[in-house]
Write a protein that binds this ligand. Structure first.
Ligand code: FAD
Length: 522
């Protein structure tokens, strides 16, 4: 064979390596999982996108496990090859930058149909403190809510949107307006079952295999696949009943501010009750902004108030809104609790609005928006979001530099903008996420949707401008749900935690097989 022929055969062999990886003849795919791989164009196409609709990577194959042992076999199979293939665990793919996608001929591990362990609630009395649910990593939080409410119980910490998988949110952090009081979802886990990057199924907790436990929580899918999580439960608002889903149990308030300092001071005051077992503590505290930019979403407020709210926004440019919730069992008690909570707060006089909802209606509030946006064709569109955490000491500078001087001044719709403080003592620093190093930090989410490629570019450039402003002003922010980074940027992101993160990778996924879409180790 002459040299050019040899080069040709080597080239073919190299090019075909990824495509032949899974053929039984060449690499002995374990018989029990051979039928779980799919190259169906529709399935591949679905696995090559996510909620963000910005990054698109077509995997070589999609793997549909029927059991935890299938997952273990898949990962062991990859480990056994001279060139292992990467595996992207895909929960509900509500990532925004390809985090659950497989790059360069990897495999997407689709958890959706696993239905291994679902939700099993412990045998305990509703008032006892030892109730928990064992939940499959693939299960959606909405299903956890339904299964636990049937027993008069509920998880304590949520995300705003419930059609996310348990494994997906626990791989990030999982925050919402309850986190100031109970911590993020990752602080509300008792045990995990994890199939590591070596394919071993390991149970872990704070006391057992703790390095894996702490690594996986907020670990961006780098160390293993979460197949079960044990979630502590508390009593649901006691007016809950399986026969009366819609009974009113939640007092839901909006307080409007035209002064940022008063707004943030009051938010911090409200979250300072978290250590206090006193029932007057709020059950949920978030915040949002209304910019004097169309469209103005006033759907929470009575029609009769739209005019005066619009005037307030027009006069001030930006209005800040505290969103406050108190769960209740009795009407008279909640009236007193709410009066106590808002006493002394400095919102614009008379700009306080409240409504009642069922516990489920409140927790599942974003679903109503999803249905509305789907009906307008505005759900399956690009989402150039920015999620960041900001230390309390610089939040006022952030307001001035970003909300007033960047977003308000640019002629593009601000989308939905959330801002709320969190207590750092509710986070466990042994876990993977990095947070700003102050007792209180703010979560800011700029949530945009657009069907125009031009607008995606404008939002991306605005996001970049915001990050650069923070860097220039010395505001040490942390990005959340971030992606598209070089390894150097990831090292900066993790800072002093990088070594721990990399050591855990070497220990639990030494061949760097898992979650390539995060772009950390590939
Ligand atoms: P995927 O996108 O499928 O996966 C995310 C990452 O986790 C990937 O790296 C994936 O490989 C890995 N992964 C997935 N499943 C597992 C598993 N079982 N084991 C190990 N790794 C796994 N976040 C908040 O904190 N608070 C919010 O209020 C909030 N609201 C949101 C609202 C909307 C409309 C959307 C789209 C997202 C929201 N998020 C929120 C972000 C959300 O928590 C994350 O995007 C989360 O990853 C989504 O879960 P998923 O199942 O879609 O994960």
């Amino acid at each position: 064979m002459d040299v050019s022929n040899l080069a040709f055969f080597i080239a073919i062999a190299v090019l075909c390596l990824p495509c032949t990886v899974f053929t039984e003849a060449n690499f002995k795919v374990p018989r029990e999982i051979a039928s779980k791989f799919s190259r169906d164009p529709q399935i591949l196409s679905l696995a090559s996108t996510d909620y963000g609709h910005i990054v698109h990577e077509t995997p070589s194959q999609v793997f549909e496990p029927s059991s935890v042992s299938d997952i273990s076999s898949l990962i062991k199979f990859s480990n056994s090859l001279p060139t292992p293939f990467t595996i992207a665990t895909r929960g509900k793919a509500h990532s925004i930058l390809g985090q659950a996608q497989a790059r360069r001929n990897g495999v997407v591990l689709n958890m959706t149909n696993l239905k291994g362990s679902l939700v099993s609630v412990s045998n305990c009395s509703g008032k006892s403190l030892n109730c928990y649910a064992d939940v499959g990593g693939e299960v959606l939080w909405i299903d956890v809510l339904h299964a636990t409410l049937e027993r008069g119980l509920t998880p304590l910490s949520w995300t705003d949107y419930l059609y996310l998988s348990v494994g997906g949110t626990l791989s990030n952090a999982g925050i919402s307006g309850q986190a100031f009081r109970f911590g993020p979802q990752i602080s509300n886990v008792l045990q995990l079952d994890v199939v590591t990057g070596k394919g071993e199924l390991v149970s872990c907790s704070r006391d057992k295999n703790s390095e894996l436990f702490y690594g996986v929580l907020g670990g961006l899918g780098q160390f293993g696949v979460i197949t079960r999580a044990r979630i502590p439960l508390g009593p649901a608002p006691t007016r809950a009943s399986i026969f009366m889903w819609n009974i009113l149990q939640v007092k839901w308030l909006h307080l409007l501010y035209n002064n940022f300092n008063a707004f943030s001071r009051d938010q911090e005051h409200l979250i300072s009750f978290s250590e206090n077992k006193n029932t007057t503590a709020a059950d949920y505290v978030e915040g949002m902004l209304l910019f004097n930019q169309p469209p103005l979403d006033l759907s929470f407020y009575p029609d009769s108030d739209h005019q005066r709210i619009t005037s307030l926004v027009t006069q001030n440019g930006i209005i800040y809104i505290i969103e406050l919730v108190k769960y209740y069992d009795s009407n008279s008690q909640v009236a007193k609790d709410v009066a106590d909570l808002v006493k002394g707060l400095n919102f614009v006089p008379t700009f306080i609005f409240e409504k009642d909802a069922s516990y489920e209606e409140f927790l599942n509030r974003v679903y109503a928006e999803e249905l509305f946006l789907r009906s307008k064709g505005l759900w399956e569109v690009p989402h150039p979001w920015l999620n960041i955490w900001i230390p309390r000491s610089r939040i006022s500078d952030f307001n001035e530099g970003v909300f007033n001087n960047i977003i308000l001044k640019q002629n593009i719709s601000s989308g939905i903008s959330l801002i709320y403080p969190l207590n750092r003592n509710k986070w466990d620093d042994k876990m993977s996420p990095v947070t700003p190093e102050e007792d209180v930090f703010y979560a800011v989410s700029l949530l945009r949707a657009t069907s125009s490629i031009d607008m995606v570019k404008k939002y991306e450039s605005q996001n970049q401008q915001i990050l650069e402003f923070c860097k220039g002003a010395g505001i040490k922010i942390t990005e959340y749900l971030t992606g598209n980074k070089t390894q150097k940027q990831w090292m900066e992101h993790f800072g002093s935690k990088w070594k721990l993160f990399a050591d855990r990778k070497a220990q639990f996924d030494p061949k760097r097989i898992l979650s390539p879409g995060q772009g950390i180790f590939q």
